[in-house]
Write a protein that binds this ligand. Structure first.
Ligand SMILES: [Zn+2]
Length: 400
């Protein structure tokens, strides 16, 4: 017998950027969306009343550092409860891949879906997991990561803020190495995601034909225009250089001095990128330092950062859903459209009136992943606590 759910009377934001549908219906059958908008309720459907609430696709966090360990599991648990149904880890190793598969098979319940990317970087590079130098060693490393089960390849074309012994302007891979890495990853049908803050790395990324450029703390006009011309995705991770993050890292001046320098340049770059039509994505170096960020905070904070750079709230929501799904080739995710996987969030309030509605975790009332209730609260918790959802699963904020 098929499992059918009907979410009724909500305001539907479908993730495509289309006008919201008032008093709309979402029909879900066996984990997939069957109909959106005006639809008959199939006989025997389980009815979920979303009157006065917003119904939208689960958010996708595009730049996370989540490992295959209990801490990573906790991050993915709370992410789900914040309405983030997919987390793309740019630093997954073999353990991360095992966790991804455990979640996908249903053995690990109550966690956001994990998309695992493996790192290939030069010796002494910004991020470290599989060091590889020179085109042929780089190709071998990419093949190893694909063999390990990576969904995508992560690399670095410039230094970063993180370590004491680097600055953003240090080049990481040369153009020759990047070209080899991209060619090899694409031969295995894997997208390439690149950490890069400055020139010449940004132009090298564009010339090598990578898929996504992340960060761009010191991005310039040439790079923004180059990203547009090459039709790449840009994931700025503004949360990294935002004031709240800088203040939280006050005891790490080797990070904050450069972050402070980057702050206005980063925002000017994103403003220009938005104006000229670059495909903007949402990712945050998630979950971030626990001194200021509770799990889930950063992804939604990023939407507000993007809004401050000129995106409408609807554009920010689309960036975190449809655009992120396209950037990671997650064809079945990102929007509420017939045929898609039913990752659905029901919340109190209207994120189009203020992203704060989404940021306040108390507003999240129901989260479905693959059409199954993974989190429920308030009147909906009573409905679900003894069946599909994991009861008493409020975010443990005291110790998060
Ligand atoms: Zn990162």
């Amino acid at each position: 017998m098929s499992d059918v759910k009907a979410i009724l009377h909500g305001t539907i934001i479908d993730g495509t950027g289309a006008e919201p549908i008032r008093d709309g219906t979402v029909i879900i059958r066996d984990g997939r969306i069957e109909a959106v908008g005006a639809a008959e309720v199939p006989e025997g459907a389980e009815v979920i009343d979303a009157a006065g609430r917003t119904v939208m696709p689960g958010l996708i966090e595009g730049h996370a550092h989540v490992g295959g360990n209990p801490k990573g599991q906790q991050v993915l648990r709370i992410s789900l409860q914040r309405g983030i149904t997919t987390v793309c880890s740019v630093s997954a190793n073999v353990n991360g891949i095992a966790m991804r598969d455990g979640i996908a098979s249903g053995q690990l319940r109550g966690c956001a879906r994990l998309v695992a990317g493996c790192i290939v970087t030069p010796t002494n590079g910004h991020v470290r997991f599989r060091d590889a130098d020179g085109p042929w060693e780089v190709r071998k490393a990419v093949r190893e990561m694909v063999q390990a089960g990576a969904n995508f390849i992560k690399t670095a074309a410039s230094g970063g803020f993180f370590s004491k012994d680097e600055v953003c302007s240090m080049r990481n891979y040369t153009l020759e190495e990047l070209v080899a890495l991209v060619d090899e990853a694409h031969a295995w049908h894997r997208p390439v995601v690149v950490h890069c803050h400055t020139q010449p790395g940004l132009n090298n990324c564009i010339e090598a034909g990578v898929d996504q450029i992340h960060h761009g703390g010191f991005i310039d006009e040439e790079a923004v225009c180059g990203i547009l011309a090459a039709d790449l995705w840009y994931m700025p991770t503004l949360s990294v250089t935002c004031q709240r993050n800088i203040e939280a890292l006050a005891d790490q001046p080797w990070q904050t001095i450069e972050m402070t320098q980057a702050q206005p340049i980063h925002r000017a770059g994103v403003r220009l990128a938005h104006q000229i039509g670059v495909k903007l994505c949402v990712g945050t170096d998630y979950p971030g330092t626990g001194r200021t960020w509770k799990h889930g905070d950063r992804t939604i904070w990023e939407l507000m950062e993007l809004e401050s750079c000129g995106l409408s709230r609807m554009e920010a929501l689309v960036a975190a859903t449809k655009t992120n799904a396209e950037a990671y080739r997650l064809d079945d995710l990102g929007t509420l459209e017939p045929g898609k996987i039913a990752d659905v969030v029901v919340l109190d309030g209207d994120p189009l009136a203020g992203i704060e509605a989404l940021y306040d975790h108390r507003n999240i009332k129901l989260v479905l992943k693959d059409g199954r209730v993974e989190f429920a609260d308030g009147d909906l918790a009573k409905h679900y606590s003894l069946r599909e959802a994991q009861p008493a699963d409020r975010p443990p904020y005291e110790d998060a």
